[in-house]
Design a protein around this ligand. Structure first.
Ligand code: NAP
Ligand code: G4F
Length: 335
């Protein structure tokens, strides 16, 4: 089996590639040209299996570059994960988020029926699409009410994916994935911002953590569990869309409390609320109902919330300790 992963350098792309390699797949990844030019920094999540995958340079902004990759190899499956994925950035620059996320998805879908109609397609939909939720928990048929340009771009991506399924009979599915985290999460997302700062505070390298809305509630799972659901969706006899979630919700405050207490600290001594991290429109509450994914796909989550928090804090503590001792050695050697 040959799979193409767009966004292979991201959190999910790296876990998915590992999972597919473990299943015996030939894995190809789409990366930006700049990443190939700066592998030490940009391939940090995939460097441990770089020699086992084939990378192709392309950009979501360029139809010819995507078309060209799709003409090179006949893929059985395509996991379209690449996107501008940071919600706050989508308020700062909604136009480029829309351009990358909507057109990028459209370009991928438009190229497939012509070149690779047999290729099964996964689109990375998001619980951010539910936005101002009309019911709890949210499931596949809960109406969307996106509250950010990012959320709007994902609703458009899901609609495009469904339309290619219905119009051209292609095997196209969308996963509606709730927040999923890991030690590979980007540093700007709230969970990693918390765990990386907890590590710095514990080691005496920082004293405070500035956050926005502490009362927002999220359904946080582990990325390693969620990429398995993506794969299962493409193994079904017919294409369909699925919610993937834990069904458990926690506030940002609870995440911070758990992360600080992992290292014996009280979050109230360090967390400061800072208006600059509030969003113009907030998604207050997300909790998913993954009953369909469990029933049809046989998917199950293997990590629970406090385990996830602990894994992230411990990983950041180990990495920060190592970086800190390397820089001390650097200074004492006079280099
Ligand atoms: P991520 O860590 O931010 O990774 C995003 C990936 O997209 C990176 O590999 C990035 O490449 C690539 N990318 C961005 N813009 C690109 C462009 N113009 N051309 C080519 N590649 C581009 O995101 P993630 O957490 O792994 O999420 C994967 C997907 O799932 C995203 O579509 C996200 O919106 C969606 N999603 C995520 C969650 C979650 O909680 N993690 C939940 C629901 C849905 P560079 O390394 O070059 O920047
Ligand atoms: O970690 P976040 O930035 O994730 P958000 O906005 O929920 O989006 C993530 O999950 C989506 C799935 O629902 C994905 F589609 C998307 O790609 C991304 O992976 O923020 C979580 C919550 C928000 O309510 C935010 O307002 O944390 C709140 N928050 C409070 N202080 C903060 C901060 N978020 C960030 N990033 N930084 C803060 O200082």
């Amino acid at each position: 089996m040959k799979a193409l992963i767009t966004g292979i350098t991201g959190q999910d792309g790296s876990y998915l590639a590992e999972h597919l390699l473990g299943l015996g797949y030939e894995v190809h990844g789409l990366v930006r040209r700049v990443a190939l030019e700066d592998p030490t920094r940009r391939f940090n999540r995939i460097e441990h299996f770089l020699e086992r995958v084939t990378l192709h340079a392309a950009s979501l902004e360029s139809y010819p570059s995507l078309f060209s990759v799709l003409t090179k190899v006949s893929f059985d499956e395509c996991y379209h994960l690449a996107a501008q994925s940071f919600v706050a950035e989508s308020f700062a620059d909604g136009f480029s988020t829309m351009n990358t996320n909507i057109n990028g998805t459209h370009y991928m879908l438009a190229a497939l029926p012509e070149i690779q109609p047999q290729c099964r397609f996964y689109f990375a939909g998001s619980s951010e699409m539910f936005g101002k939720v009309s019911e709890t928990p949210q499931k596949e048929n809960t109406p969307f009410h996106p509250r950010s340009p990012y959320g709007i771009s994902k609703v458009a991506g899901l609609d495009l994916t469904r339309n290619y399924r219905e119009a051209y009979g292609m095997f196209c599915v969308s996963g509606i994935l709730f927040n999923h985290e890991s030690p590979r999460r980007g540093f700007e997302f709230v969970t990693r911002k918390i765990t990386s700062t907890v590590a710095r505070i514990k080691l005496g390298l920082a004293s405070e953590l500035r956050l926005g809305n502490l009362e927002a509630k999220r359904d946080w799972g582990h990325a390693a569990d969620y990429v398995k659901a993506m794969h299962l969706m493409l193994q079904q006899p017919s294409p369909d869309d699925y919610v993937v979630a834990t069904g458990e919700t926690h506030t940002v405050r609870e995440f911070a409390e758990a992360a600080f207490s992992t290292v014996g600290l009280d979050y109230r001594d360090h967390v400061k609320v800072d208006e600059q991290f509030y969003r113009p429109a907030e998604v207050d509450l997300l909790t998913g109902d993954a009953a369909k994914a469990r029933r049809v796909l046989g998917w199950k989550q293997e990590h629970e919330f406090y385990q996830l928090v602990q894994e992230m804090v411990e990983s950041d503590l180990a990495a920060t300790t190592q970086r800190n001792s390397e820089s001390r050695m650097h200074i004492s050697s006079g280099a």
